[in-house]
Write a protein that binds this ligand. Structure first.
Ligand code: FAD
Ligand code: NAD
Length: 466
């Protein structure tokens, strides 16, 4: 029987990063993945394929709607080759997952393909083409998550679908009814709207992306409405039925009036749930919470001292970079180091266009915590760079402590905000004040100047360009 210092179950951004870090630190490491390709949800059916389709559909939209503004004329009709777009996405995924295979071999990590299941706290059975058992001193559970649904919905995966199917459709929907105005609903809703589908988003709360700052919800809704996406907020879905190629979604609005939506596809994007099926947790004695998450302490250790858990399968934001930080953390704990994660500084991004990005506390959270703060906001339309590219939607908002000026939250909507947020994370990690950011030179002309201007606005209401 093969013996390891560490076995990692699951090869998503949590698991594969944990495995690499363990190997870097000199531990004999195995990784177990039930699918034939490595990379988990993120690389196979999440972050990477969704961004590939967002990018392709963005190019199409630019070509049909905005090229002419730049004086670029396309003789004849711009056409979509949807099959090719999906194939390109597939090839992006393939290159990326192959990259993980390379990294496993480079770091001398043994890869096992098959379903991993605890026999006890130190033995894992792997059922793949053959069944074998390995022994591990320590195990890191990184089994991720699966889409959630509502009790009355039958996900037939043909017409009533999750993000996984929405990333590999064989046709562009005529009318996609999206249940849930969160990250997946908006990113994939925008893809299909750009490609010509009618898109109706039904959201239970009174705003989209309800966990982000409400100013971002408002700004993104405004931009997406302009793009033709229809929003039905404060609507509670009560039934979904399919008749042939037609799907009917029934919901009640805030006045308790029944509303029906008929489309050819219904995307169910109401969140994700931790995945531990078939893992044999009982055999190892590992406990889960009421919500099905593996219960861990602040060292990400389960109630069984040699078993740890990371990523979507535990509490916290379901984000790839959060899972990866946790993978590194556990590896370093196992090596006797004292690593640390600042969970307040895990950025959140929605890759629509305009992009939405956030770090730290929202205004709603500061109010609830009764923390006195200053707010500085700067509109993208006042930037030379935004006017040059034609991306004038959005803003950067900086919230700082009223007394100390320490930056407490940064919330932005606009072009390339997914990348701009890194400056805010860095500043906050070093506990910068708004004035610190305001005094740093930002290259001109860039979108990043909006960060400096918002910091000036928060410091002393002294933005220069509005
Ligand atoms: P996962 O990536 O889910 O990996 C878990 C792996 O474990 C899987 O490969 C699974 O097959 C394997 N596994 C499970 N059980 C077993 C077992 N018993 N034996 C062997 N293997 C097993 N996050 C971002 O930060 N940015 C984004 O842009 C983004 N976009 C997304 C888009 C979509 C459409 C979706 C669905 C998610 C997106 N996410 C994004 C979320 C991100 O994918 C997850 O947060 C991330 O993948 C979690 O990583 P993980 O390692 O915890 O688990
Ligand atoms: P989500 O939690 O982002 O959004 C779900 C939405 O559905 C919420 O707005 C919620 O209010 C709404 N909802 C819940 N029940 C409903 C009901 N009965 N009727 C109508 N609306 C309802 O979840 P998601 O969009 O499914 O994404 C799942 C996870 O994947 C998220 O946690 C997210 O972090 C991750 N993800 C991240 C990215 C990214 O980082 N860009 C992209 C995609 C997914």
């Amino acid at each position: 029987m093969s013996q390891y210092d560490v076995a990692v179950i699951g090869s998503g951004p949590g698991g594969y990063v944990a495995a690499i870090r363990c190997a870097q630190l000199g531990m004999k490491t195995a990784i177990i993945e039930k699918y034939n390709t490595l990379g988990g949800t993120c690389l196979n059916v999440g972050c990477i394929p969704s961004k590939a389709l967002l990018d392709s559909s963005h190019h199409y939209e630019e070509a049909i709607k905005h090229f002419a503004d730049h004086g670029i004329e396309i003789p004849g009709e711009v056409k979509i080759n949807f099959k090719k777009m999906i194939e390109r996405k597939g090839s992006v995924v393939e290159q990326t997952t192959k990259g993980i295979e390379f990294l496993m071999s480079k770091n001398k990590i043994d890869v096992y393909t098959g379903m991993g299941s605890f026999k006890d706290a130190t033995h894992i059975e792997i059922k793949g083409d053959k069944t074998e058992t390995i022994e591990a001193k320590n195990t890191i559970i990184a089994t991720g998550s699966k889409p959630s649904t509502l009790p009355f919905i039958t996900l037939d995966k043909e017409r009533v679908i999750t993000s996984t199917e929405a990333l590999k459709l064989s046709e562009i929907p005529k009318h996609m009814v999206v249940i849930g105005g969160g990250v997946i609903g908006l990113e994939l809703g925008q893809v299909y709207r750009r490609l010509g589908a009618e898109v109706s988003v039904i959201e239970y709360m009174d705003r989209i992306i309800p966990t982000m700052d409400s100013a971002q919800s408002k700004e993104l809704a405004k931009a997406m409405k302009k793009q033709g996406v229809k929003f039905f907020l404060s609507h509670k879905v009560s039934n979904v039925s399919r008749n042939g190629d037609e799907v009917t979604v029934t919901a009640t609005d805030k006045k308790d009036k029944e509303v029906t939506f008929t489309g050819d596809y219904c995307l169910v994007s109401v969140g994700r749930k931790p995945y531990t099926d078939g893992l044999g947790l009982d055999n190892a004695g590992v406990k889960v919470t009421e919500r099905g998450q593996i219960d861990v302490n602040d060292q990400l250790q389960t109630n069984v001292s040699n078993i740890y858990a990371i990523g979507d399968v535990i509490k916290g934001a379901m984000l790839a970079h959060k899972a990866s930080e946790e993978g590194t953390l556990v590896a370093e704990i196992l090596a006797g180091q004292k690593p640390h994660i600042n969970y307040n500084l895990i950025p959140g991004v929605v890759y629509t266009w305009p992009e939405v990005a956030s770090v730290g506390k929202t205004e709603e959270q500061l109010k609830e915590a009764k923390i006195e703060y200053k707010s500085g906001q700067f509109p993208m339309r006042a930037l030379g760079r935004s006017r040059a590219s034609g991306d004038t939607e959005g803003f950067v908002k900086i919230l700082s402590d009223k007394t100390t000026d320490e930056v407490l939250g940064v919330h932005m909507v606009g072009a390339r905000c997914a990348d701009l947020i890194a400056e805010a994370v860095t500043a906050m990690e070093f506990r910068a004040s708004a004035e610190d950011i305001a005094r740093m030179s930002h290259a001109h002309p860039t979108y990043a100047e909006a960060v400096k201007e918002a910091a000036l606005a928060a410091t002393d209401d002294r933005a220069l360009h509005i």
